[in-house]
Design a protein around this ligand. Structure first.
Ligand SMILES: [Zn+2]
Ligand SMILES: [Zn+2]
Length: 348
């Protein structure tokens, strides 16, 4: 999924740093200069998580902060509460805060470990590669972070105080806290394709009520559902063609550029067929996540048996999307079936 802003910031700083100062690099995964930058960005990200995490305290047993780390994170949160003029919600549970910070920071730690691994070539310990565990401690060790990372804030207390205060007074942070703008909240939830109805006839009804948005109430010939955002489009039709980079393209290709940075996943409702698009020239059809009672798809809706959602198949499509494999899947399909190469995908 999308790289978070903290990772981008860190990468930019680390790559620019050697130009400013000669580095002392002594064989650990991070050189000294990188380590300072990494600590700074990590602290900024922790503040970002604390300012945006919206988990409710749910009154579980861990109400009272007991551990050193829980007390430290609670104290940090209280400082933020004070600097933001109490615009930040009150929290009393260090346990909940710590859980949020740990969950929120994991993607950043994973990306950082990969980045420094490829930058400095220090092999990662085998524990990090094992699947199934959270790796929090191992990642902290690899990245030379203290396990109790709230300690970072105590190392340069006075400077950090000023920095945190200035972050809290940032105009965009203020607007977010006052509800005037949205922000990504951490821990981030992974993106999902839209929820599809159990019964395919619901989609057919929805599509037959759909009229072309450009030709004053006429029914659309090929109503097509974007599985990323749920928009119904009038595909494969001159009425909804638009110009994209000087070329005429159909509604799906145009939508793909605004919704999925050039990659699109659609359901052609009248055909019960999934459509993958990548760029203006590549595409393929993919088997739909709807099956009849015999466990078979009905592409083209020729048999007309009742169709029901197959979660397993839908999960597979979602996985292709999560793993950025749509373009690769189109490549495989076009290799296996040359007639796909000749289709003018951009007109869909
Ligand atoms: Zn969309
Ligand atoms: Zn149209």
């Amino acid at each position: 999924m999308e790289t978070c802003s903290a990772v981008k910031g860190k990468v930019g700083l680390v790559l620019a740093f050697p130009a400013l100062q000669c580095q002392d690099f002594s064989g650990i995964s991070l050189g000294t200069g990188d380590l300072h930058i990494f600590h700074l960005v990590t602290m900024a990200h922790i503040i970002q998580i604390l300012l945006t995490s919206c988990t409710e305290e749910n009154g579980m047993d861990q109400e009272n902060a007991s551990g050193e780390e829980e007390l430290a994170v609670l104290a940090l949160y209280k400082t933020l509460h004070q600097y933001t003029g109490s615009a930040l919600k009150e929290m009393h549970s260090g346990w909940h805060l710590l859980r949020n910070v740990r969950a929120g920071i994991m993607p950043f730690l994973r990306c950082s470990a990969l980045f420094f691994h490829y930058l400095n070539g220090v092999p990662s310990p085998p524990e990090i590669q094992a699947s199934g565990t959270s790796h929090f401690e191992h990642l902290c060790n690899y990245l030379s972070l203290p396990n109790n990372f709230i300690c970072l804030f105590q190392e340069n207390k006075e400077i950090m105080k000023l920095l945190i205060e200035s972050w809290c007074h940032n105009i965009e942070v203020k607007r977010y806290l006052e509800g005037e703008r949205d922000a990504i909240s951490y821990p981030r939830e992974s993106n999902k394709l839209i929820d599809l109805p159990e019964d395919y006839s619901n989609l057919i009804n929805q599509a037959s009520n759909f009229s072309c948005p450009k030709s004053g109430g006429d029914k659309s010939r090929a109503p097509t559902l974007c599985l990323v955002c749920g928009t119904l489009l009038c595909s494969q039709s001159y009425c909804c063609q638009t110009e994209l980079e000087g070329e005429d393209v159909g509604a799906c290709t145009a939508h793909t550029y605004s919704c999925g940075s050039g990659v699109g996943i659609f359901l052609r409702v009248r055909e019960c067929q999934v459509l993958f698009l990548a760029g203006k020239t590549k595409g393929c059809f993919y088997s739909p996540p709807y099956l009849d009672d015999y466990g078979e798809t009905d592409q083209g809706l020729r048999r007309g048996n009742p169709l029901h959602l197959c979660r397993e198949r839908f999960k597979k499509i979602q996985k292709l999307w999560h793993q950025h494999s749509i373009t690769e899947e189109i490549g495989h399909a076009q290799e296996a079936n040359q007639t796909l190469v000749g289709i003018d995908w951009q007109h869909l």
